[in-house]
Every structure is written in C-alpha cells, then in structure tokens.
Design a protein around this ligand. Structure first.
Ligand code: PMT
Length: 401
C-alpha cells in the first residue's frame, strides 16, 4: 500500500520525537519515500541528521531555504505528497492548523496539501483535555484530518494520563489505512485465525502449525479498508491490528461458540483458522502418567463450524480455506459444496513457501459458479487484499441483484 508513495512526516517538539525515528523506519521499510519536516522545537530533541540518514532525503527545517526554494519551492512537497503524517503533534501545531496559521514549513505544507493527513498528538494530559484543544481536534476531524489518539501512561512532564504518543506501529497502521480504498465502510467482517488447542490434560494438547499470519493479514486488510472487524483467534504470538475486536479462544468448542454467537452481525465470515477436526474424548483433570509402551487416545469430532454456518437460513457471505497436501481441486471443490460456502481459498501446505507459518502463500480460489482463479506466490498481506477484492465484488453483485 505504501510502496513508492510520497509521505511527508512532520515531527514537532516533544520528548516523543525520538519515536518518529521508528515510525520513519516502518514507513521506509514498507517502500514509502519519506520527506521529513522538523519544527524548530523538534530539533531540540532529535537531530535532523538522524532523519536524513534514515530517509535518504534532505530534512526540511526552514520555510524559505535558498537552495530548496530554487530546487523545489516551499509548496512543492505539499503538491507531491500522497500522505501527510504528523507524529508527535503538539497542541501548538494542532492549534495552528485548526486556526489556519501557516508560519513554518510544516504548517504551510500541511495546510497546502490535498493529501490525507494523519495526526498523532502527544502532550500533557491537562493540555489534551483542555476544551480549547478539544475544539481544535474536533474541528480538524470535521475537516477530514485523521487522528491516532494518544495512550495512557506516565508523561515526561511528571503527570500520569492520556497524552503519550501512540505506538509507532499504531501510527503506521493509520497511515496505511488512510491510503487504502474504503470499500468495506459500514460492513462487519469476521475473520478466524490461528490454531485451536484441544487439551488432553493440564499440560498437553493437540494442535497444529498455524501461526495466525494469514488470518491476521485478512483482519488487518479488512480494517484498513474500512470494515468493522471481529477477529476470532486461537493462541498465536501476533499483535492484533489496532481497532479490531479480538475474541481470543483456545479450543474448537470455544471457537464454535464465538463464531456462531456473532455470525448474525456479519456481512462476511472468512475462516482462515486451522480448527482441529478431533479432540480427546475426555480431558484428564490430572497429568496423564507414563505407563506401558503404548498409549491409545480416543478422539471425537469437533463441531464443523464452517459447515454449520453454511446451514444457516440467512448465512453471511462465507469464505472457507482448504489446507491440502494433494488433489487441491478435488478436495477444495468438495468442501465448497459439502460445506455450502461461497468461496474456498485452497493452499497446498506441502510447499515450503505456502500455508503454515510463513509470510507468503500461493492459493487457488474456487467459486460457487465454477470459476477458479490461480493466485501466484505473494505475501499474505497482498493475498488478503486479493481475497477481499473478490469478496467485495461478490457482495456488490449480491446487493445489486
Ligand atoms: O496461520 P498461518 O500459519 O498463516 O497458516 C495459514 C493456514 C495454512 C492455516 C490457512 O491458510 C489455512 O489453510 N487455513 C485452513 C486450515 C484448515 O483447517 O483447513 P481444513 O481444510 O481442515 O478446513 C476447511 C475449512 O473448514 C477451514 O476454513 C476451517 O477453518 C473450517 N473448519 C475446519 C474444521 C472445523 N471443525 N471447523 C471449521 O470451521
């Protein structure tokens, strides 16, 4: 989403200015070309050289710089920008923009740009709750400026409360969301992700290699595209995208209850989770002790959540996954019809660069009308957008029919 985008990153004077360095790293890693503008106060906290080195672009500190003015002019950055981000943003700079004051390079660029602008405030808690500040933020929100609210914590001024700059990752996510299509506005999308754990006793369980990466990529992309996202997740080591509603579960039984309980709220449900098909018939209350040379376990079927969703009288649009190690078309088509779903995303999990616990995937999509679409190897983030493109066009067709 940020690849080759021109991003203007405004850094204003506050102790959190050092966190803008990490934000710059995230933006450049995602492929953005970042142009940093620092206010005079910001330069008291971090040197322009740090930003210049990491962005590989000159850092702008003066409104009228003789060389820059000759080469690009003081409005050129505003025209060139695809996105503006101010992090940290002081009450002072927010107040100036709200009042229409453009008296330095940053405020001039932000006032002159037609690109979306993301503002991440950081300030003393009493400044943040001051009605004058609140009016300024409300006014900018009304005019379409996007805000990443500060978080609670110990502030540099000695106070405790709201005012700490949001994590660089949260500001980064807001930046990506600002540049995304918002074709999922007003839709509720449920995504299931990760493995389930079926306990044998207090110390052991049956599970699988799902890392949750595919499901979390889908949740993130849907959130960026404007959806309200319910993420039902088995145990994984991933941070949920900010703003999604996380429902953490352990077992297939818990996932079943969570999904069926919220299905009625959803326009579409995407089931990327690797749900255990069987669980131990009984869970021992105490650790099972080692005895003979063999141990037999009796397993019983777990509820097939996707199939149950397919039987609902008014089912949301249903996307199932199929993890196969061969006969991809045959098994995927069977799942499509037997589970009565609208679309199956089939991955051959015997390949080392696809399926479980890798950042990439290679899938074939199967649709109810018999269409099949091959998707070449790509990142799970890119694939999530491809899947959402297909869901969005199917939903549009359904809504127009
Ligand atoms: O999490 P990652 O490491 O990123 O890996 C991604 C993935 C390989 C887990 C993902 O791409 C994937 O293929 N997920 C589905 C895995 C799976 O359980 O496939 P299945 O063929 O066994 O199940 C078919 C469908 O039925 C799936 O949508 C599954 O969520 C659903 N199901 C299965 C069993 C069950 N009891 N209830 C279900 O709803």
């Amino acid at each position: 989403m940020l690849k080759d985008k021109q991003v203007v990153l405004g850094v204003t004077g506050g102790i959190a200015a050092y966190k803008a360095v990490e934000l710059l790293r995230l933006l450049t890693k995602a492929g953005a070309n970042v142009h940093v503008i620092m206010t005079r106060a910001a330069q008291e906290f971090v040197t322009p050289l740090t930003f210049q080195t990491l962005s590989a672009n000159p850092v702008h500190t003066e409104l009228f710089n003789l060389i820059a003015e000759r080469e690009i002019g003081h409005i050129a950055l505003a025209d060139r920008a695809d996105l503006g981000v101010i992090a940290p943003a002081t009450a002072n700079v927010i107040g100036k923009i709200a009042a229409g004051i453009a008296d330095d390079m940053l405020t001039t660029t932000i006032m002159a740009t037609k690109a979306p602008v993301v503002i991440a405030p950081a300030m003393n808690v009493n400044m943040y709750t001051n009605p004058i500040y609140r009016d300024n933020e409300d006014k900018l929100r009304r005019h379409g400026y996007l805000f990443v609210p500060p978080v609670r914590g110990a502030l540099a001024c000695g106070w405790e409360g709201d005012g700490k700059l949001a994590a660089p990752e949260a500001v980064f996510e807001a930046a990506v969301a600002a540049l995304s299509r918002h074709d999922y506005n007003g839709q509720t999308i449920m995504v299931t992700a990760g493995p389930t754990r079926e306990e044998l006793d207090p110390v052991r369980f049956i599970s699988n290699h799902s890392s949750g990466k595919m499901g979390y990529a889908l949740a993130r992309a849907a959130q960026y595209r404007g959806a309200r996202v319910i993420l039902v997740s088995g145990p994984v080591n991933l941070t949920p995208p900010s703003g999604v509603e996380l429902v953490a579960v352990e077992s297939a039984g818990e996932m079943h209850a969570a999904v069926m309980g919220r299905a009625g709220e959803c326009t579409a449900i995407i089931k990327a989770a690797a749900v255990a098909d069987y669980r131990p018939a009984e869970r021992s209350g105490a650790k099972i002790k080692k005895k003979g040379a063999e141990l037999s376990l009796q397993l019983v079927k777990t509820p097939d959540i996707l199939a149950e969703l397919g039987r609902l009288a008014k089912a949301p649009f249903l996307v199932g996954f199929a993890a196969e190690t061969g006969k991809l078309s045959e098994f995927a088509t069977r799942k499509l019809h037997e589970k009565n779903v609208d679309m199956i995303v089939a991955n051959d999990v015997s390949q080392s660069d696809a399926g479980f616990n890798v950042d990439t995937n290679r899938v074939r999509l199967f649709f109810r009308d018999g269409r099949e679409v091959d998707c070449a190897l790509m990142t799970k983030d890119d694939l999530a957008n491809v899947i959402l493109d297909h869901v969005a066009s199917a939903l549009r067709l359904l809504q127009n029919s």
